[in-house]
Ligand binder design. Structure first.
Ligand code: GDP
Ligand code: MN
Length: 349
């Protein structure tokens, strides 16, 4: 136990207790957040929840990336929130622009059509650059070059539970390379040719497909079609070399040349998920069922009392999305023969 020390401030006496900090070695790991300056005050709640529940004990670094220069205010406020070292990087224009083979008129026509069809973010040019960046470039940023592991954090998210173990060491010690909290089905209109393009890639580069892959998570008919299941990439804990390696590099290049980041509206979530399912050993993918998570409009909340109460989760298990019909996490457990928590069916609808 820590003893208190007495501090006099503003004419008051405060008995303060030092916070507890883990003293062992750390992994080469960092949080990573892509954000705009105007996201600052939506982001600090996400940061506070990660710091309070996990990082104040471990003090991992935090890398912020932006296609524009961060303001002094953004840097000052976020640095004050974070126990680890903070770093601020600018995305180079090559990582946030049209490749030369893209027909920008055609891309603009697609945006107009998707606006008329009311497809979510379908009319947005910046959203497409964002999705392409998260798919193919964040892990190549200078700021991330000395790290092996990352945990992605977005504005307006929360983790609901105490995490009293080193998540990065957990990944390493248990042979995991990709971790998620929520999985869900994608809007088909945003990815019409993604699976066809993926199948071409699989045929052309069979050497990149892992023999013990998890095709049965993303396809219900042995690869004929995509079942739309993907890990929600606004939360990710992952191994950076998964994306930096030759298999994913070839996959991203193939997708990028096919043009669907601009001619459709391919999201980084289905791209990362299909890649993780096909390029990894299925045992290398982990569901973090004990963290609890929120990104509008879904909560992950451990339904198992022991997990939820031991970790002091501040969420309502009746709002948990994990075991609902539109979630793909039930399938993840089924195809991998992982036992589901007792009583999960009661939370299915
Ligand atoms: P959604 O979760 O799919 O609704 O998309 P978000 O609006 O949350 O965007 C995903 C992530 O990319 C968030 O971390 C945003 O802060 C970030 N982001 C989105 N668009 C831009 C952009 O134009 N510039 C920058 N720097 N970040 C962006
Ligand atoms: Mn978001």
């Amino acid at each position: 136990k820590n003893s208190s020390h007495t501090v006099k401030e503003n004419g008051f006496v405060y008995r303060k207790v030092a916070k507890e900090v883990y003293a062992g070695t750390k992994e080469k790991a960092t949080f990573v957040t892509l954000a705009r300056n105007e996201d600052l005050y939506s982001l600090i709640g996400s940061i506070a929840s990660i710091e309070d529940r996990f990082n104040r004990k471990f003090q991992y670094d935090w890398v912020f990336l932006n296609d524009k220069e961060f303001t002094e205010e953004f840097k000052r406020v976020t640095t004050a929130m974070i126990s680890g070292t903070t770093k601020y990087g600018k995305v180079p224009p090559e990582h946030w622009s049209y490749p030369e083979w893209i027909d920008q008129n055609k891309a603009a026509q697609v945006r107009d059509q998707m606006r008329a069809d009311r497809i979510i973010y379908g009319d947005s040019e910046s959203y497409r650059h964002m999705c392409r960046f998260e798919s193919g470039f964040f892990y190549r940023n200078e700021m991330l070059k000395d790290y092996d592991w990352y945990w992605r954090v977005e504005p307006d998210t929360r983790i609901h539970c105490d995490v009293d173990y080193d998540v990065f060491k957990f990944m390493k010690d248990n042979g995991k390379k990709y971790g998620f909290t929520i999985s869900i089905k994608e809007y088909p209109a945003t990815i019409e040719t993604l699976w066809k393009t993926t199948r071409e890639f699989m045929e052309k580069y069979p050497e990149h497909i892992h023999p013990n892959n998890m095709l049965d998570f993303v396809s219900d008919d042995e690869g004929a079609s995509y079942n739309l299941c993907h890990f929600w990439s606004n939360f990710e804990v992952g191994w950076l070399d998964l994306w930096r390696g030759p298999a994913y590099s070839a996959y991203f290049d193939y997708l990028d040349h096919a043009g669907g980041f601009f001619y459709e509206r391919w999201g980084d979530a289905p791209v990362h998920s299909i890649a993780a399912a096909l390029l990894l050993d299925r045992s290398e993918i982990h569901h973090f069922g004990d963290v609890g998570y929120f990104h509008v409009p879904f909560h992950a909340c451990p339904i198992d009392d022991l997990t939820r109460l031991n970790n002091r989760c501040s969420c309502n298990p009746n709002e948990d999305f994990t075991w609902k019909g539109y979630s793909c996490t039930t399938k993840f457990y089924t195809v991998n023969n992982i036992p589901k928590p007792a009583g999960w069916l009661k939370y299915a609808d």
